[in-house]
Structures are given as structure tokens and as C-alpha cells.
Design a protein around this ligand. Structure first.
Ligand code: GDU
Length: 144
């Protein structure tokens, strides 16, 4: 997502797509992207349970994700629609160590924390683009 966003804002010429020959819906890598607000709320909910509950365990792991896998090409398309620009890309070789597909089962978080992700890919792209277009250099200071 940050690389796509930087292409859209003109900081990078194009996105390098790491492989289009995976055994996935369109050949590109699939991941479980999550909106930052969903992720933050998931953490707060887990902390509330830890601090307020009767849990004896020192820790417990919860998966936080949408449970939906999106491909790199789906990301490019969704981001392109959000920013109303073409996102140039080039398919290059697979990145060493990458797996084809990774998405989570967040059912335990839903059951025990009553948490689930609210936002989908379109909202992630829309909000990322709003931030990136207002902060082309990210949080770096702009010196004139
Ligand atoms: O310039 C890029 C960057 C990424 N991708 C693709 O986009 C997907 C997501 O890549 P990320 O690097 O954003 O995320 P990963 O899930 O592959 O890996 C990240 O999450 C992992 C844990 O899940 C590790 O922490 C790892 O170091 C970290 O990069 C992958 O299919 C990757 O091949 C591209 O095509 N081009």
C-alpha cells in the first residue's frame, strides 16, 4: 500500500509487482490488508480485556485481520479508483521468501473480544490517499 500510494503521489515512477505467476486468483501475491483504525481498535479492545478481565494467562494471541485476501493487482485497481489516477506498474520476479497467499482467521477475536474489522479495501485506499495527497513526503518536514 505505501509503495502504491507513493507512485500515485509521484514519488515513485512505478510499482514493482513481485511476481504474477503465483497460484492465486490473478497470479499476484495475496495478503490480508487491514485499515489502521480497525487495527488500533483491535489492540485497544485486547488491552481492555487484559486490564479489566480475569484472565490468568500472561498473554493470549489474537489474529487481527479482515479474513479476506486481496491480490496486488486488486490493490492497484482499488487504489487507482480512489485516487482517480493510473498506477503504472511493472511485473518483476518473485521476491525471495514471499509466499503466495496469507490471510487470517480472526474468529477468536470476534468471539472473545467482540472485535471485527469494519473497513474494506476501498476505504483503506480512500483514507490512505487522503493522507498521502496531503502529505506527499509523509511526515518529513518540507524545507523551502
Ligand atoms: O513493492 C512491492 C511490495 C510488495 N509487493 C507484494 O505485496 C504483497 C505484500 O507485501 P508486503 O511486503 O507489504 O507484506 P508481506 O506480507 O509480504 O511481508 C510483511 O509482513 C510479514 C509478516 O506478515 C513480514 O513482517 C515481512 O517482513 C513484511 O514485509 C506481497 O505479495 C508482495 O510480493 C509487491 O508486489 N511490490
Amino acid at each position: 500500500m505505501p509503495y502504491i500510494s507513493q507512485v500515485a503521489v509521484g514519488r515513485r515512477k512505478k510499482l514493482m509487482v513481485f511476481g504474477d505467476d503465483y497460484d492465486t486468483k490473478d497470479g499476484s501475491g495475496v495478503r490480508d490488508y487491514i485499515h489502521i483504525m480497525d487495527l488500533a481498535e483491535g489492540h485497544v479492545t485486547a488491552l481492555d480485556k487484559l486490564l479489566g478481565g480475569k484472565s490468568q494467562a500472561g498473554f493470549k494471541a489474537y489474529n487481527l485481520g479482515t479474513g479476506t485476501g486481496y491480490s496486488v493487482f486488486e490493490m492497484v485497481k482499488a487504489f487507482s479508483e480512489a485516487c482517480k489516477k493510473n498506477i503504472p506498474y511493472e511485473v518483476v520476479g518473485r521476491r525471495e521468501g514471499d509466499i503466495a497467499s496469507s490471510y487470517c482467521d480472526a474468529s477468536l477475536a470476534k468471539k472473545e473480544l467482540a472485535w471485527e474489522a469494519k473497513y474494506g479495501l476501498d476505504k483503506m485506499c480512500e483514507d490512505t490517499w487522503r493522507w498521502q495527497s496531503k502529505n506527499p513526503l509523509g511526515y518529513r518536514k518540507i524545507f523551502y
